[in-house]
Design a protein around this ligand. Structure first.
Ligand SMILES: *[C@@H]1O[C@H](CO)[C@@H](O)[C@H](O)[C@H]1NC(C)=O
Ligand SMILES: *[C@@H]1O[C@H](CO)[C@@H](O)[C@H](O)[C@H]1NC(C)=O
Ligand SMILES: *[C@@H]1O[C@H](CO)[C@@H](O)[C@H](O)[C@H]1NC(C)=O
Length: 537
């Protein structure tokens, strides 16, 4: 592809099929393991301009994206947005918690000037006229949107392959998937292509990529963050959230995204208590202690068989439990047979809700291009979509199931029972949180039929919040020189995000100080991608 066509594709917001060579380039900012604090330090001490920071991240994407295929399109306005922030910086106005912080959006979030494709060819021309409210909140806080990340098409599975974006690879092990469906976001943040990325979660999708890429993520309590302006799957189960390389940056992302508040376009947001709206999640990361906390451990969310794919997860979790116990946490082994993630998955309602949600979304979203499907049937009659068995089953059921079915009402009753039982488990055991591995086995290899073994369904159905933390790695191997990351979910009672984030912060500190053995492998600089040279040695 010629450079000119390449730039045209970027300007049109089309998938990135070519390296970008035309960006003006000033001071190089070292993007490796950069944080909100390090970006602000570089900016506010006059070391660098916002344009240099944004250019450096774009250069990083240019260099590494061909190997992992995480970014699907770039924001043509990223550099001019950075220039506007530089003007404000010169004028002494650096208002905004995310001032000049580079952010990538999963490609199911609406952002003006870019297509929202869901990774689906049929939606390549779906250019919204309005930002999703969460995207607007990120921009209002000063974030620079760098571009969009690949996802499992329409967020329907966890492999992160799509008809438009192809297969995203895991930067820690190029033979494995990055989890999903927000796998492009996970792989991109692990590879230092931005500071933060957004994701969505209907069953696992903000947690599986965090787990597979050694990142922190949150899935908020149902209603905390408006889901408007994001391609939906399920009213009951959908959540929007973010991923980051540390709990502090994640807390800032949560504060900003939750600031959208009550939103008439997402009636679940009416549930939020006004006091919850006032929480500054970064401030909640101070003080507190693990000593005296009671965390339930869901034994049914483990696969105790001995195998190359399950034993590393069980070993990492055993180390984690030992570390928590040594830190004074009371870890309570919960053996209630209710907690069997395959059995709980029977209550998944996305098949009943998907078609109606998509019809409403495509019908209502004003688009600058009309040549795109206007509803579910139109989309799935187009032939312009991914055909793999794992998601085809869901699309087929969604084409005839509906929320008017008696089975839907029965399943919702089952979800209410599950929610009451979960509340009783918290109450009966005096728990502050519940922990379990996000996935019973290592994230699956590329080419696998589905992302098997995940445990995210409990939070997805009950709407309880989760913070996912890096828990450790499998042993290094030729394919994974640092090992394959393993993540742990910390599930809390509704609106306990501040507590969960603070537990995550304490665990992060412990893993860096008290128990270096567990964290030895952590790529303090760059996740190794064996075949990828360092951008700035
Ligand atoms: C700083 O810039 C923001 C964004 O343009 C603007 O809303 C705000 O009023 C400015 N603050 C001051 C003190 O000028
Ligand atoms: C909330 O919105 C959903 C999806 O639009 C709809 O199905 C549901 O009936 C609404 N609930 C209430 C209480 O209005
Ligand atoms: C929980 O207890 C059961 C029954 O005593 C035991 O088999 C299991 O190994 C324990 N689970 C964990 C994760 O310690």
């Amino acid at each position: 592809m010629t450079p000119l066509r390449c730039i045209r594709r970027i300007l049109l917001g089309l998938p990135l099929l070519c390296p970008i060579t035309a960006w003006a380039f000033g001071e190089v900012f070292d993007v490796r393991e950069a944080t909100i604090a390090s970006v602000h330090d570089a900016l506010f001490t006059g070391k660098t301009r916002c344009r240099d920071i944004v250019s450096s991240f774009i250069a990083r994407i240019e260099e590494f994206n061909p190997a992992i295929n995480a970014v699907i399109s770039l924001n043509p306005a990223a550099l001019s947005d950075a220039d506007n922030l530089d003007d404000r910086l010169m004028a002494g106005n650096t208002t905004g918690a995310l001032f000049c912080v580079p952010v990538l959006l999963k490609d199911n979030f609406d952002a003006v000037g870019m297509s929202t494709t869901g990774g689906c060819k049929a939606l390549a021309g779906n250019k919204p006229l309005e930002d999703a409210p969460t995207v607007k909140a990120l921009k209002d806080a000063g974030a620079v949107i760098l571009g969009k990340t690949n996802l499992h098409e329409m967020a329907l599975e966890g492999l992160t392959v799509s008809s438009l974006g192809g297969q995203t690879l895991n930067p820690y092990d190029l033979t494995r998937t990055p989890g999903g469906s927000s796998g492009g976001s996970g792989a991109a943040i692990a590879a230092n292509m931005a500071i933060l990325a957004t994701g969505t979660d209907t069953k696992n999708s903000l947690r599986s990529p965090a787990s597979a890429n050694a990142l922190f993520s949150f899935r908020p309590t149902r209603g905390l963050i408006s889901r408007a302006g994001v391609i939906p799957v399920s009213w009951t189960q959908d959540a929007v959230g973010a991923m980051a390389r540390n709990p502090q940056d994640l807390a800032v992302a949560l504060t900003v995204m939750a600031s959208v508040g009550s939103d008439p376009r997402d009636n679940a947001t009416a549930l939020v208590h006004p006091e919850v709206r006032k929480i500054d999640y970064l401030a909640s990361l101070r003080g507190g202690s693990l000593t005296g906390l009671r965390l339930g451990l869901l034994d049914g969310f483990f696969d105790h068989t001995v195998s190359d794919e399950t034993t590393p997860v069980n070993d990492v979790m055993a180390d984690m439990v030992a570390m928590l116990t040594a830190a004074g946490v009371d870890v309570v082994n919960i053996t209630d047979p209710l907690y069997d993630s395959l059995a709980i998955s029977e209550l998944n309602v996305e098949g009943f809700e998907f078609r109606e949600m998509l019809d409403a979304h495509l019908g209502a979203t004003a688009s600058v291009q009309d040549e795109r499907p206007i509803n579910f049937n139109d989309l799935y009659d187009s032939g312009q979509y991914l055909v793999i068995p794992a998601q085809h089953g869901l699309i087929r059921s969604a084409s005839h199931l509906s929320t008017g079915d008696a089975a839907y009402a029965e399943t919702l009753d089952g979800i209410r029972d599950l929610t009451r039982a979960l509340e009783a488990t918290f109450e009966g055991n005096g728990l502050d949180g519940i922990i379990y591995p996000e996935q019973k086995n290592l994230v699956v290899k590329v080419g696998s039929p589905s992302q098997s073994g995940r445990n995210g369904i409990l939070a997805a159905l009950t709407g309880f919040p989760v913070v996912c933390v890096p828990a450790g790695f499998s042993s290094p191997s030729a394919d994974a020189p640092l090992g394959v990351p393993v993540g742990m979910e910390i599930l809390g009672r509704p609106w306990s995000e501040d507590l969960l984030l603070n537990i995550a912060r304490h665990i992060d500190e412990l893993m860096h100080t008290v128990e270096p053995r567990v964290y030895d492998n952590v790529p303090s600089i760059t996740p190794n991608v064996a075949s990828i040279p360092d951008a700035y040695p």
